[in-house]
Design a protein around this ligand. Structure first.
Ligand SMILES: NC(=O)c1ccc[n+]([C@@H]2O[C@H](COP(=O)([O-])OP(=O)(O)OC[C@H]3O[C@@H](n4cnc5c(N)ncnc54)[C@H](OP(=O)(O)O)[C@@H]3O)[C@@H](O)[C@H]2O)c1
Length: 251
């Protein structure tokens, strides 16, 4: 039996492609009315919306930079306007990464990664919690298995996601009394547009990652949606403040 999110409204950030698109599809299939957020790729977002509609689901694409508070306010207002109710599922998936030696880290790159990965998660979670007509909610933050395996050459990215893990646990404690559950998933290396752009797909690093993965492959964008749909649903009512490794056994 799969988990139900009937009657819920979900925002999935960064859902024009990759993991976010897979998560948006799974949430819609579980009954949620979904907002497919994107930053630049309007075509990708509209494709995800069309796929969901073709399956009989409800979805809407909304452009917003999660690192800009005015955009985040507009994102939540668009959801309420379209669906007429508060947002009670938030998936903080939008993220950017760079890999390389510590010496190559610049202030600009620091702000790019921390703004999207951490500030974006802070602003959207604030916006969710600011809704005064909320009757319980679920937040799922997308971290990385790298916060468990702690490999070299990704210090900034992994530090930004380790901060997301800490934010997950502390906000779960603060918001729990209002019935707002906050969890994170920590995906292993996954074949997405983002991973391809970083040169990971087909690289020696990918070969090494597969060798270190008991299930013998990299992740696929569709591998995470069922778990997120479960975490969003009442089936996960006793789970909060957890960071769940989802990596085919790589640790
Ligand atoms: N792929 C992996 O191996 C892997 C492993 C572990 C964790 N993760 C995490 O999983 C998440 C998704 O990764 P992915 O590989 O699917 O990435 P991706 O293919 O590069 O897609 C990234 C998505 O995030 C959106 N985005 C980026 N910056 C944004 C911003 N400021 N505001 C709103 N949206 C923004 C992009 O929108 P536009 O394209 O429309 O601009 C796109 O929809 C990230 O948080 C990543 O850190 C990925």
């Amino acid at each position: 039996m799969s988990s139900s999110n009937n009657g819920r409204t979900a925002i999935v950030t960064g859902a024009s492609k990759g993991l976010g698109a897979g998560i948006a599809r799974a949430l819609a299939a579980s009954g949620a009315a979904v907002v497919v957020n994107y930053r630049e790729d309007a075509k990708g977002a509209e494709r995800v919306v069309a796929d969901i509609a073709a399956e009989g689901g409800q979805a809407l694409a909304v452009r917003a930079d999660v690192a800009a508070s005015a955009d985040v306010r507009r994102l939540f207002a668009s959801a309420r306007e379209a669906y007429g109710r508060p947002v009670d599922v938030l998936v903080n998936n939008a993220g950017v990464a760079a890999f390389g030696p510590l010496a190559a880290v610049t202030e600009e790159e620091f702000h790019r990664e921390l703004n999207t990965n951490l500030l974006g998660t802070v602003l959207t979670t604030q916006a969710l919690a600011a809704q005064d007509d909320l009757d319980g909610a679920a937040v799922v933050n997308v971290s990385t298995a790298g916060t468990f395996t702690l490999p070299p050459y990704g210090a900034l990215y992994i530090a930004s996601k380790a901060a997301v893990n800490a934010f997950t646990v502390t906000t779960a404690k603060e918001l729990g009394p209002r019935g707002i559950r906050v969890n994170a998933i920590a995906p292993g290396p996954t074949d997405t547009e983002g991973a391809r752009a970083l040169g990971f797909t087909g690289s020696d690093q990918e070969t090494a990652a597969i060798a270190a993965t008991p299930l013998g492959r990299t992740g696929l964008p569709g591998d995470y949606g069922p778990l997120v749909a479960f975490l969003a649903s009442d089936d996960a009512r006793w789970i909060t403040g957890d960071v769940i490794l989802v990596s085919g056994g790589m640790r």
